[in-house]
Design a protein around this ligand. Sequence first.
Ligand code: 0X9
Ligand code: ZN
Length: 269
Amino acid sequence: MKLLKVSTGGESNKPAIWIDGGLHAREWISPATVTYIMLQLVEFRDLHPELIDSVDWYIMPVANPDGYEYSHSTDRLWRKTRSRATAEQRWGRRACYGVDPNRNWDFHWGEGPASSSNACTDDFRGPRPFSEPETKAMSDFILNRKDQIKIYLTLHSYSQMWLVPWGYKDEKPKDYYDMYILAEKGVEALEAVRGTDYLLGTAAELLYTSSGGSDDWAKGVAGIKYSYTIELPDTGSHGFVLPAHEIEPVGQETWAAIKSITRHFTDAR
Ligand code: 0X9
Ligand code: ZN
């Protein structure tokens, strides 16, 4: 798994921002958008030097590389990882593959609806929390830097929503208001670019409840206060198969949002 760190060095306790993409294989706009963000941080760093001098960036553009590859070679709408289920985990005789990497994180794992124990479904939670090497590696990396990382962002698609925990239950964290205010800054900056409409709220209130998500884990276990899932465009006309000409505008507006929430940490320093 590839991870990019962007840092100018110096003090090791600078605030850091984590961004991952491509946890779900078929959501191609996500790795593309993360790549656009890397372009801004690396090639165009002189346009926003303060965002690079005072913040360290940890960026993982393809968090589910086997699934992403499979969605190119074989099944465009593949969602999960590609691990092979054992006979006990599947229902029936069919060989089934893959765990939903956004049901596999070790926080209220397996609770509630939309997290299946059937290995042949698209929302299979896996045989145990962190059964997948992808989620295990990411969580280890994040835990090792949990005090440095101030914002956890995971980019998915589609539906144009900025999702705030909790996702595993229909309740809000105690500091929901703080999380909401920062997210609102992001959404405002995003919408200012070309008028794309985003909804802002908890996963449970805007989508459905589902446990084992990375956003809930980042907040509930790693203790990262500002943890969000961004569901990128569109709202369904193209769905996962967004035309390539959308990559740049989606990149621009998402980058505007990320710049704006990052300033919350640079301005305070
Ligand atoms: O269901 C998901 O994993 C996410 N939606 S997607 O269409 N990209 O699959 C939403 C996850 C929201 N967060 C939690 N439920 N924790
Ligand atoms: Zn997703």
